[in-house]
Design a protein around this ligand. Structure first.
Ligand code: PLP
Length: 383
């Protein structure tokens, strides 16, 4: 059997697959098993912010594995210590501690538990079109009956209100509200950017009513939106969920916590959380982001990309929106066939809902590569 047949035979059929076999990558380019090149505008849904095949991260992983590969958090470890300090230093000033885990869903799970434990309250308000992962707790926060229905009943105490509508959210708050959970830019939900005033009002409401603000920056983190964290352009949360691009492509999640968070010892732990190899990868990845000015590049190239797309004349486009290198092209029709066309034209893009083409290129993408993507988009979106 070939690769495709093996995967189809031996794995659960859970992912809608694209019909190519990827075997390599360098920078913002991916290669399939036929030797065909693609410009990556998917980044594994925001994992590959530093691009593919980075030497600094590869060496850090290799060296740390030989030195000490695993170290359960019952023991201290200098690499974990250095990453904890680094993350607290880089995130907003009110965030002073970190919990390490292994994925975005797990970061959300942690944040939900920390919010309940710290406030003694039970309810969490989430947003319609929000995406927070698919483990049982995170799934209850994720919007979408199609995701939830096969696995009912959901964790109680979570409710959804429309995104960017403060009055609706305010009306859902009561004395049992522990936290409000949202993404500063909804990714999966269609690349929808929060309004600054909306988040400022939420921050004020949270302060007044002893409610915690949880921001899910699993997708927006590490430069994606043109600042290291998207919250820098809005307001500071009490809990900040990170994952995807945190460790240069290795699985890692983290929850950054303010002084308002206190959780009983041993109440929440993770076997692999903060293992030295992923911590070394994260430290190396952060160094690459800083040394290569990737946040600045995301901002510059993101603005260029967005402006050029907004100029693109096509009857098929309803709206182009985004922040930094997180861009959505909403069509007046289903976007799936266009994503397929783009692939055939050497560009890998994502969907965000049925009608939105989502572009999340590695942050090191060059202007020349963006021009190639624009050319492909013009071609497939032409009448
Ligand atoms: C991807 C994603 C998650 C879930 O992360 P996993 O690592 O797949 O569990 C949660 N929140 C947001 C905003 C995401 O984009």
């Amino acid at each position: 059997m070939n690769t495709k047949e093996l995967e189809q035979t031996y794995e659960l059929d859970l992912y809608p697959r694209r019909d190519i076999v990827l075997v390599g990558g360098k920078g913002a380019v991916l290669f399939d098993d036929q030797g065909k090149e693609y410009i990556d505008c998917a980044s594994n849904v925001g994992v590959s912010n530093i691009g593919h095949g980075d030497n600094t991260v590869a060496k850090a992983i290799h060296d740390q594995y030989l030195k000490l590969g695993n170290c359960y958090s019952m023991f201290y470890n200098p690499v974990r210590a250095a990453l904890a300090e680094k993350l607290v230093e880089l995130t907003p000033a009110n965030l002073s501690r970190v919990f390490f885990c292994n994925s975005g869903s797990e970061a959300v799970e942690g944040a939900l538990k920390f919010a309940r434990a710290s406030t003694g309250k039970q309810e969490i308000i989430c947003c319609m079109r929000g995406f927070h992962g698919k483990t049982m707790g995170a799934l209850a926060a994720t919007w979408g009956p199609e995701y939830q229905k096969p696995f009912a009943p959901m964790l109680p105490g979570l409710k959804h209100v429309p995104f960017n509508k403060f009055e609706k959210l305010e009306a859902a708050v009561n004395e049992q509200t522990a936290a409000i959970l949202l993404e500063p830019v909804q990714g999966e939900g269609g690349v929808r950017v929060a309004e600054v005033q909306y988040l400022e009002k939420i921050r004020k409401l949270c302060n007044e009513q002893n409610i915690l603000l949880i921001m899910d920056e699993v997708q927006t983190g590490f430069g994606r939106t043109g600042t290291l964290f998207a919250c820098e352009q809005f307001v500071s949360p009490d809990l900040l969920c990170l994952a995807k691009s945190l460790a240069g492509g290795l699985p890692m999640g983290a929850v950054l916590c303010s002084e308002k968070i206190s959780v009983p010892s041993r109440s929440h732990t993770s076997t692999f959380g903060g293992s030295p190899v992923v911590c070394a990868a994260a430290l190396a990845s952060i160094k690459v982001i800083q040394d290569e000015n990737l946040v600045e590049n995301a901002k510059t190239q993101g603005n260029y990309f967005l402006e050029e797309l907004q100029r693109l004349e096509s009857q098929k486009i309803r709206e182009v929106r985004g922040l930094g290198l997180m861009i959505g092209i909403e069509l007046k029709e289903k976007a799936g066939p266009y994503v397929q066309d783009l692939m055939e034209n050497g560009v890998l893009a994502l969907l965000a809902g049925a009608t939105v083409i989502r572009l999340l290129p590695p942050l090191l993408i060059s202007k020349a590569e963006i021009d190639t993507v624009l050319k492909a988009l013009k071609k497939v979106l032409a009448e």
